[in-house]
Each structure stands twice: as structure tokens, then as C-alpha cells.
Ligand binder design. Structure first.
Ligand code: SAH
Length: 599
């Protein structure tokens, strides 16, 4: 027998007898000494058979590890126990630290075995549904051994990168501010309605499971034995369960028929526009698409800017502009997106909200349609069907639907589809559909602009007084082709008014452009709705026609690059302070007026 003993560092899982591994049970049985925190020893007591027990208090971790090493060096088999996994904020690291300090070597020192266990992130997730399906991280809010600034940085990094986050050690009797501060950091990056799960004492006697939201989480009991799981921007709640979809697909909340992914559509690059492979394809394809489109087919004569008509114009404009890289790459992205039969789908940002998580694709091209369907990603787990959903309009400026267009919409909607007219002169078509590719083709043939729905850039324009004041039409069309339908951190309106009357309300939109006296005035960061609605900030006047689109493209490129998921443009502008050289100015503070009635 070796003169040296053995250290068994055992994670015993959440705390019940069912969720402990076989190896952990055997390791406990073969140990002569058990060393652990009082509560943990009590939890595994039914598994012991006469071993010597060394109990210690919560904060005596270092002395626990030292004692374990000492006893093992004396020749004993020593079990050091941790709840969950011993390598996740458990005893494993500390045991190795003590050994390292003593110059321990693997070949001739005491044998060490770390026995894995089910960590709280896993046990708690299982009780909540499936919140940790996508990239996730754990953060301990205990600033006992870690500086608070480091923890803050990690929370910010995880929040901005849209990780699902499991907060360990969220709160104790003395540490109460950490969770409050963490919530406020998270709220800067995530929707207040983001699903949050609070699990206390998972798989133990006083187990408590609460499904709440980021906004509301502090109104519930959170303590030492709670793990807090924060969803990402796609996480949803269904029937009291938190579910994070596996991928970032285009998902919309609808509750009718499903558009199932055909087997042959799965696992195709086109079905995953966000993948590296698709990006490479796009880079390869775009120049060809551009070349194919340079053949002059004549600029569109009216505002009825159908994609096929405006493309050559936009192409010319893009090629003529030795745009900065940002503008150029945006243009390439948009052109690829609009290319007939091109590989690049438009990238309507996926959102899968609330109650009825059926999935719908929003599409701009045939490829998108396939992608959307693929993105439909068989949400079938819920057995909820999905619809194909697109926005259609007769033009950027043109608001007039032809009778043929109306007849086509009626035809494609049929008995099962629906048509919703929205305030921005667009009809949203939702229809059960097995061949979105064909549908988009039919709509385009009838000269519709077909746009993804969701978190995309939307270009809106007035009708230029029925085209009498049509000087700014090419700018609107160019913006539509280059930016319309591109994925945005949050749905964003770019609105253009053709004269200084600005009757179409461009100055209230995220980005407003008003054509006046031969130049363009630019307004940034409007908020049209809500209690704190406000007009956009005027940032420049009289921008020449050959510069305005570049400027807007640069603004969009910056927002796309630096905006957080779900961050509205006005919030982004305020946060970063300067966008494309335009400085944000705070609106004058609201004046509190004493109420004259009531008490
Ligand atoms: N090694 C453990 C973590 C120890 S840190 C593991 O891998 O799970 C202690 C924190 O873990 C607690 O503050 C709590 O956030 C979490 N935790 C541990 N057991 C838990 C349980 N049964 N239910 C909920 N959270 C738990």
C-alpha cells in the first residue's frame, strides 16, 4: 500500500440522493475521512458508513483544504466534498492550490481525483425548462475573493455579448447591493422583459422555482441558496417554462399554421445566413452579382421602387462612391441580399417573444425565404405552427397599390392568411406557405417591395406630394436598396421628407432626413411613442445630395457595429455620445409641475 493516501474531491450535485453520480457514491464509500462544510455533510449523511467527519464552517475553506492534504499525506483516503461540481466555485481549485504551494508533483505526491457533479447551472436550468441552450456563462457575485470592478466588467461583457448568464452567490445577508447593481447593468443591455429564473435550493427540501423578468426579479426572494439565470435576447417563456432557442433564427410570435422546414432545406449554408460559411459565400458572390447588375435597365421612372428596378441605380451609386469601408460593406451586404437567386438572405433579427412561440420567416429573396423556413428551426417542440411573414409596399414614396397588386395579395392570403395594414404604408402578409421562394417571386413580379419584418432598418418616405416634389426620390430609393431590410440591433426607421413641411413626420423617427432648398437636413434619435417621446435632434443642415446617403450609411454601419442587441437607436446615440461625427445633446430636463388638484 502506498504510504500516501488519496484526495477525492467530490461534487455531490444539487443535494438529493437521485442526482449524485455513481462514482461520487463509490468515492464517498471508499473514503476514510470526510471533510466539508457543515450543511454539506448533513446533506450526504445518509450515504456515510462510519467515516471520520471533519466539519467546518462556511468561511474556513482554506483550512479545510489544508486539513485534507495533511490527512492524505498521512496515508488516509480523504473525501473533500462540494455541492454541485467541485470544480465550479468548489473545493477542487483550493485543494490544488494548497498542494502547489507545497511543491506537490503528480508522479510522487498524493493521488488526487476530482469527481464531477451536476453544477447549479445545470440543476437549476432543468427546473426552469431549458434556459441554457445557447452560449452561457456563470458569474459569481461574491466579491469576497474577487474585486467588485472585475465582476462588473464580466457582467458587462456577458451582457453585451448576449450570453445566457447564471449568477451564483447572488446575495447573502451582508452582500445585498451586488444583485441590485448587476440588474441595473443588465438593464442597460437587455430588454426589461428578458426572462429570468430564480431557483432556490434546487432538488432540496425547500426548493423554490420562480419565473420572472429582468425588470421584476428583485421583487422576489433571492438568497445564498439561489441561482439566478438570465435569458439572452431570444429566450422566451412558454407555459411557465423558460426556453432559449438553440440558434438565432428569425422567429416571430404568431399562432397559426407551421411552416415546417423541408428536410432538404436543413443544414444548407443558405439556411444559416449568420454562419461563417454563408459570409464567405457572400464575399465570393457579391462581386459577381454586382457585375451582373450593372447592365443599365433604365432607372425607375416612378417612385414605385421595385427591387429589380432600383438595383441598377443603387449599384451605380455604390460603385461611383469610393465609400469608406463601412459604407461599402453595407452596400455589398444589401446588394447580396437583394440579388435574385443570391445566396445571402436579408437578416431580419430573430425575436421569439412571449406566449406563442411559433416561427415565421421574414424574407427578401428566395434564399431568405428558404433561410427563414430553415430558421423556423422546427420550433415544433411546442407543437406551435409558424407562418411565413413579409412586409410588402408599392414603393418607398409611392403609397398607391394597384388593383392587380391588391388582387395578388388577396389571392396569396387566401382563406388562411391575413393582411395587416400598418401605419407606415406597408401591408404585412402572414400566410401559411410551403414555398416562400415562389411567393416572394410572385410578389416581386407584381412590383412590390418585399421586406423582412422584425429588427431591421426600414426606409420610409412621404409621397413627395404625389411625385410633384420628387427631387429626393433617388435618395429614398438608394437608401431603400442599400439599407432597407438589413438587420438592425432594434427595428429602426429611416424617414425622408421631400420638403420642409416635413408633414410625414421624419423628424420624429430614429433617423430623419428633410429635403429643403436643395440640401438635406439630418435629424437623429427621435422617439415617436411612449411617455418620453421626443423629436430627433437636428444635427446638420443643407447636406449636399451626393453626401447624404454616405453619411446615413456610415451612421447605420456604426450602429450595427456598436449597438447592443435590442438597443434602440436613440438610446445608442445617447450612450455613445458621437455617431459618425455627430454629437448627442441631452434634451432639456423635464420641469416638474406641482399638481393643482388631488392630494
Ligand atoms: N460548486 C457549486 C457552486 C458553489 S457556489 C456548484 O457547482 O453548483 C454556491 C452557489 O451555488 C449558491 O450561492 C447558489 O447560487 C448555487 N447553488 C448551489 N447549490 C444550489 C442549489 N441546490 N440550488 C440553487 N442554487 C445552488
Amino acid at each position: 500500500m502506498s504510504p500516501l493516501g488519496k484526495l477525492l474531491v467530490i461534487g455531490f450535485g444539487p443535494g438529493d440522493m437521485e442526482h449524485i453520480t455513481k462514482r461520487a457514491l463509490d468515492a464517498l464509500a471508499e473514503s476514510e475521512v470526510i471533510i466539508g462544510y457543515n450543511t454539506y455533510v448533513d446533506l450526504i449523511r445518509p450515504l456515510l458508513n462510519g467515516q471520520e467527519i471533519v466539519r467546518t464552517g462556511m468561511t474556513e475553506e482554506v483550512s479545510r483544504a489544508q486539513e485534507a492534504v495533511r490527512q492524505a499525506e498521512m496515508g488516509k483516503k480523504v473525501a473533500v466534498i462540494s455541492s454541485g461540481d467541485a470544480g465550479v466555485y468548489g473545493m477542487a481549485g483550493l485543494v490544488y492550490e494548497v498542494l502547489m504551494q507545497k511543491g506537490w508533483r503528480r508522479e510522487d505526491g498524493v493521488e488526487v481525483e476530482v469527481v464531477p457533479g451536476i453544477s447549479a447551472i445545470q440543476s437549476c436550468a432543468s427546473l426552469l425548462g431549458a434556459p441554457v441552450m445557447h452560449d452561457a456563462c456563470t458569474i459569481s457575485l461574491s466579491d469576497h475573493l474577487t474585486p467588485w470592478e472585475t465582476i462588473v466588467k464580466r457582467v458587462e461583457a456577458a451582457a453585451s455579448a448576449d450570453f445566457v448568464i447564471a449568477l451564483y452567490n447572488p446575495r447573502s445577508g451582508r452582500r445585498t447591493r451586488q444583485i441590485v447593481e448587476t440588474q441595473s447593468i443588465l438593464l442597460r443591455y437587455r430588454d426589461p422583459q428578458t426572462p429570468v429564473g430564480l431557483v432556490k435550493s434546487a432538488y432540496r427540501e425547500r426548493q423554490q422555482v420562480i419565473v420572472t423578468t429582468l425588470e421584476d426579479m428583485l421583487n422576489h426572494d433571492i438568497g445564498m441558496l439561489t441561482t439566478v439565470i438570465i435569458g439572452n435576447s431570444s429566450t422566451t417563456v412558454y407555459d411557465g417554462l423558460i426556453v432559449t432557442p438553440r440558434g438565432y433564427q428569425r422567429k416571430y410570435t404568431l399562432d397559426t399554421t407551421e411552416q415546417a422546414l423541408k428536410p432538404h432545406q436543413r443544414l444548407r449554408t443558405e439556411a444559416e445566413p449568420w454562419s461563417l460559411g454563408a459570409q464567405e459565400d457572400r464575399a465570393l458572390d457579391t462581386p459577381q452579382v454586382g457585375a451582373a447588375l450593372t447592365a443599365p435597365t433604365g432607372p425607375s421612372a416612378s417612385g414605385a421602387a421595385v427591387a429589380t428596378q432600383t438595383r441598377p441605380q443603387a449599384m451605380a451609386a455604390v460603385q461611383a462612391t469610393p465609400a469608406k469601408q463601412t459604407g461599402a460593406s453595407l452596400a455589398a451586404e444589401a446588394l447580396g441580399r437583394l440579388a435574385v437567386g443570391g445566396k445571402l438572405p436579408g437578416e431580419a433579427n430573430a425575436r421569439w417573444s412571449g406566449q406563442a412561440p411559433a416561427v415565421v420567416s421574414a424574407a427578401g429573396t428566395s434564399a431568405e425565404a428558404g433561410a427563414g423556413a430553415a430558421a423556423g428551426k422546427a420550433p415544433g417542440g411546442f407543437g406551435k405552427p409558424a407562418l411565413f411573414e413579409v412586409g410588402v409596399s408599392p414603393g418607398v414614396g409611392n403609397k398607391k397599390f394597384t388593383a392587380r397588386q391588391m388582387a395578388l395579395l388577396a389571392d396569396v392570403a387566401g382563406d388562411d392568411g391575413e393582411l395587416e395594414y400598418t401605419p407606415d404604408h406597408q401591408i404585412v402578409l402572414r400566410v401559411p406557405c410551403t414555398d416562400p421562394e415562389e411567393l416572394v417571386g410572385r410578389l416581386r413580379d407584381e412590383r412590390f417591395i418585399v421586406m423582412p419584418i422584425g429588427d431591421v432598418f426600414k426606409v420610409k418616405a412621404c409621397d413627395f406630394c404625389n411625385m410633384e416634389k420628387d427631387d429626393a426620390v433617388p435618395v429614398a430609393e438608394h437608401l431603400q436598396v442599400v439599407l432597407g431590410g438589413l438587420q438592425a440591433p432594434k427595428e429602426t426607421s429611416i424617414a425622408l421628407n421631400g420638403c420642409g413641411m416635413a408633414c410625414y413626420g421624419a423628424v420624429l423617427e430614429d433617423i430623419g432626413i428633410v429635403y429643403r432648398k436643395g440640401g438635406y437636413d439630418l435629424f437623429l434619435g427621435g422617439k415617436k411613442f411612449g411617455r418620453n417621446a421626443h423629436a430627433a435632434q437636428p444635427v446638420a443642415e443643407g447636406i449636399p445630395g451626393d453626401q447624404i446617403t454616405d453619411i446615413v450609411e456610415n451612421i447605420i454601419a456604426e450602429y450595427k457595429e456598436k449597438g447592443h442587441p435590442n438597443e434602440r437607436f436613440h438610446k445608442f446615440f445617447k450612450r455613445v455620445g458621437i455617431v459618425a461625427g455627430f454629437r448627442h445633446e441631452d434634451a432639456p430636463a423635464t420641469v416638474e409641475v406641482n399638481a393643482v388638484c388631488g392630494d
